[in-house]
Design a protein around this ligand. Structure first.
Ligand SMILES: Cc1ncc(COP(=O)(O)O)c(C=O)c1O
Length: 500
């Protein structure tokens, strides 16, 4: 080994130990202040793209290097002051988890060591940590002994098993011959219009075409109707198509609906389809055991599950997980053996498990958080998120200017209805949709709270999804007044003359 002092190369991108330590301490101090001040900060920014670009300055790429301390400080200023803060107690939009502090530190550590978790030879300990993380995720949700890998998020955590399903269920060598080798036989996918749009991307990317998707009708709670599913599979079989995968959602993106997973599992077994559960958001609630929706018991029957630690396990982006019963279904789908990989076969090489070759160490932040809080910590946080969402639903039910629309898992939907408007008439409903849409738009730049929307049977509603361990009852109690104040003001501006 060569002593540091005798090394002759000084690369401009390197930072010497003392300077690195000082920069790191300074940055951690700033991040700590930022996290402490978060509840008092505006949850979102109201700056336009042009204003943000002006802050960055219309400058070209610097020719000369610059001082890292000022660069880091400027980056922190820009981000602390002009972001939508997913870690704010009143961030409830989309499905975006509050980042656990240990996850942020884990990412720093992962980036510093920088194992390439594509193959065991480049990441011995990191690979084993990822494998343990996957097993723990399986245990957490009652999936039991399983394999899988971490990917960027829910879209990929669904796409990867989708490919595995195609490989497993296509009756010809689809990896070699592609779809053309089927000589016109059409592969069929079963989902509902509540399935997240990853399914469109997946059908498109795999060359099936989005028309391969059978949109199975839903019931009044937006859950897949299994009688229709069975009927559709039989009709497809009768015309020579190949039904290969049915997707059950455990916590839909819009309203948190949980499909009848046990019945879908039974139909998949009967017709030899791959049973995939999109639990990107909701599967984490299976940690509640008997207190979870009873359909979650059928997670154990799934051929594959998507579960996003960056949603309801509060892990910083990016972290999605693919869980499968047996690693071989992934290896059969993804493994190729180029001659630059010379490792023996008795080790886990994640390049064989999914589409990536080089991979970052996403697992570390998940592994750390799972241990920091344990099963009980997650039970407590997830149960509290559900309780708070339910409380909002109850407040909306009794509020004279709010209409409670749905509550499932930690998602509550509701809408603002001015007291003097009679619901039900077509013109009124059109206006209420416009009004609530305007409200959601305002909530995207409001300093006070961040909400998004859902559409339920043509009704445009406001939607709160709590995957936020910082939200407390005071935040929930404050929301109705915020909505009503904004709603009244918008109603004064927007109401058309014929509804006055
Ligand atoms: C049920 C479900 N599946 C998949 C996704 C896609 O996840 P991601 O945004 O991490 O790709 C989402 C996102 O909200 C989701 O709710």
């Amino acid at each position: 080994m060569i002593a540091e002092s005798t090394r002759t190369r000084h690369a401009p991108i390197d930072i010497q130990p003392e300077e690195f330590r000082a920069l790191g301490y300074q940055l951690i101090d700033r991040i700590t202040e930022f996290m402490t001040a978060l509840p008092e900060k505006p949850v979102a920014t109201d700056k336009t793209p042009a204003e943000l670009r002006a802050l960055l300055g219309e400058i070209s790429l610097p020719e000369q290097g610059q001082d890292p301390a000022s660069l880091l400080n400027r980056a922190a200023d820009l981000l602390f002051d002009h972001s939508v803060h997913l870690g704010h107690p009143r961030f409830w939009g989309y499905i975006a988890g509050t980042p656990a502090p240990i996850g942020s530190l884990g990412d720093l550590l992962a980036a510093a060591v920088n194992p390439n978790v594509g193959g065991w030879m480049l990441s011995p300990m990191a690979t084993e940590i990822e494998a343990q993380t996957i097993r723990w995720l399986g245990e957490l949700i009652g999936y039991g002994d399983c394999s899988g890998l971490l990917v960027s998020g829910g879209s990929m955590a669904n796409l990867v098993p989708f490919l595995a399903a195609r490989k497993a269920k296509t009756p010809w060598l689809v990896r070699e011959g592609g779809l053309l080798a089927g000589e016109g036989r059409r592969l069929r996918v079963y989902a509902t219009d509540q399935t997240h749009s990853w399914v469109l991307k997946a059908a498109d990317l795999l060359g099936l075409g989005t028309d391969a998707i059978r949109w199975v009708p839903t019931d009044d709670k937006l859950r897949l109707d299994t009688t229709s599913l069975r009927r559709q599979i039989e009709a497809d079989l009768a015309q020579g198509d190949i039904p290969f995968i049915a997707i059950g959602t455990a916590g839909s993106t819009g309203v948190g609906a949980v499909d009848p997973l046990p019945d879908i599992a039974a139909i998949c077994r009967e017709y030899d389809l791959w049973f995939h559960v999109d639990g990107a958001y909701g599967a984490a609630a299976a940690v509640l055991g008997e207190n979870a929706p009873p359909e979650f018991a059928a997670l154990a029957e799934a051929d594959s599950i998507a579960l996003d630690p960056h949603k309801w396990l509060y892990i910083p982006l990016e972290a999605g997980a693919v869980l499968v019963r047996d690693a071989n279904v992934l290896i059969d789908t993804f493994a190729y053996h180029p001659d630059f990989f010379l490792e023996p076969q008795d080790k886990i090489h994640y390049y064989e498990y999914g589409p990536q070759t080089s991979r970052g160490f996403r697992a570390l932040k998940v592994w750390l958080a799972l241990q920091q809080v344990g099963r009980q910590g997650y039970q407590q946080m997830i149960a509290e998120d559900i309780r708070l969402a339910k409380t909002l639903y109850q407040r909306a039910e009794t509020h004279p200017e709010l209409e409670a629309c749905s509550h499932s898992l930690s998602i509550t939907t509701f809408r603002y209805v001015p007291r003097d408007l009679k619901e039900g008439k077509e013109a009124t409903e059109i206006y209420l949709n416009d009004l609530n849409k305007a409200l959601v738009e305002q909530f995207h730049t409001s300093p006070e709270a961040f909400l998004s929307n859902a559409v339920i049977n043509d009704k445009y509603v406001m939607r709160m999804c709590i995957v936020n361990f910082r939200t407390s009852i005071e935040d929930i109690e404050a929301l109705p007044d915020i909505v009503v104040t904004m709603g009244r003001q918008l109603d004064r501006q927007l109401r058309p003359a014929h509804l006055r």
